[in-house]
Design a binder for this molecule. Sequence first.
Ligand code: FAD
Ligand code: NAD
Length: 409
Amino acid sequence: TKKPRIVILGAGYAGILTARRLQKLLRHDEAEIVLVNKHSYHYLTTWLHKAAAGTVEDERITIAIKDVIDSRRIRFIKDTVTEVETTTQRVMLCHGEPLAYDYLVLALGFERADFGIPGIKEHALAICSMNSARQIRLTVEARFAEFAKQKGRDGQEKLTFVVGGAGFTGIEFAAELAERIPALCRQHGIDRQRVQVINVEGAPALLGGFAPALAEYAKASLENMGVQFRLSTRIQSVDRDGVTLLTEAGEERITPATVIWTGGVQGNRVVCNEDFAAVRGRIAAEKDLRAPGHDNVFVLGDCSAVIDKRTGRPFPPTAQLAILQSAVCAENLATLVRGGSDLKEFVPFIKGAVASLGSHDAVGEVFGIELRGRLAMMMKAIIDIRYMAMLGNLRLLLGKGKLAAYVAP
Ligand code: FAD
Ligand code: NAD
């Protein structure tokens, strides 16, 4: 009999770990495993804010997919998924022929949500992939060069960067940008006082969901680096010249300004077909992580929604959740391939969250314990090293110089 084919879409946290776990769990003759990703590399999304600010080199956070999968066990296809057709059990690709599957894992990750705010798509930058991070870095550098050339060294104008949203991404990015600014100022002969980073947040506090004391700590740490906060202020629209804010006192313009939008995420629009009833690109996963009504389709990572029974709301989409899902998904797939039906229920144990505040500070809450400064930084390094170890062996980690990147301040 023909081997069933398992097709995994996306080689982010959820996809690559599902692939790696399956290559261990299943024998050669039990299933064919195919992994599809639009790039030949896996990237650490959790480090994209650093790549976007230019505080870490791109190659430090990318890993060739062929280096972390066993190519005798897994066929890798570099292509972009355009559509999933469940009726014919095929995946449509941008370049290659349609790909048939017996089992499918949807792990295509996230996109930036713009909530229909005018001008965000056209005029704001967003951190959502390696390429978009690179675009931000290049734009920031170009703005410094233009500013030095056009405004001279002694005018009144300011070079302004507006970061829209003070969730984890907005805070982590604003901190990195603030850290990079002194070097860019030196390089272009610009007075530091003439460069401003303004973080705009609609809610009255930053890092929603974190204990107020931790949010205050993060705010003070960033203010110390020169970041200004505009809380209870919403980005209303973005245009070629800058941004319109809505404050309690009314509308306000900031021009000129370069806007980096970090106001929220949604699942990949590829999953938004009628078959899956996705809401904002996220499919409500069943207990066993399958898509409702589709016994052979699993949904993981940022394009899935898993309800937290304690709050009745979906868990925030995180790499931590995606990693935990990959283990249960791989086990359940192995059960199905072997003809079983007793699937495992996904019950995540979320350990907490840590946000970096540049390379010298961090803040977090892990196992209910509040962490600040060095302890939080150490915890963040442990999380990163643990993930690198999951991806391969320590040799890979050391060989890439990644360990040094995590541990060095
Ligand atoms: P992704 O990691 O987004 O991977 C999706 C993959 O699919 C990518 O490889 C992409 O190239 C590929 N792909 C996309 N579209 C297509 C297509 N059409 N065809 C083919 N391939 C495609 N979470 C934490 O737990 N801890 C953190 O510290 C943390 N820090 C973060 C920092 C930043 C700056 C950001 C933006 C997010 C952070 N998160 C963090 C959230 C975390 O990164 C995401 O939840 C996680 O990446 C989701 O994993 P995923 O596998 O679902 O998707
Ligand atoms: P988010 O949804 O967590 O935060 C977006 C923020 O933007 C919110 O505070 C929201 O109030 C604000 N906002 C929305 N619209 C606005 C507007 N018009 N004007 C001003 N502010 C506006 O999004 P995120 O920060 O990108 O995070 C996405 C996911 O990734 C989350 O689940 C997060 O936990 C995770 N993440 C985790 C880490 C970490 O653990 N270190 C880092 C980054 C992201």
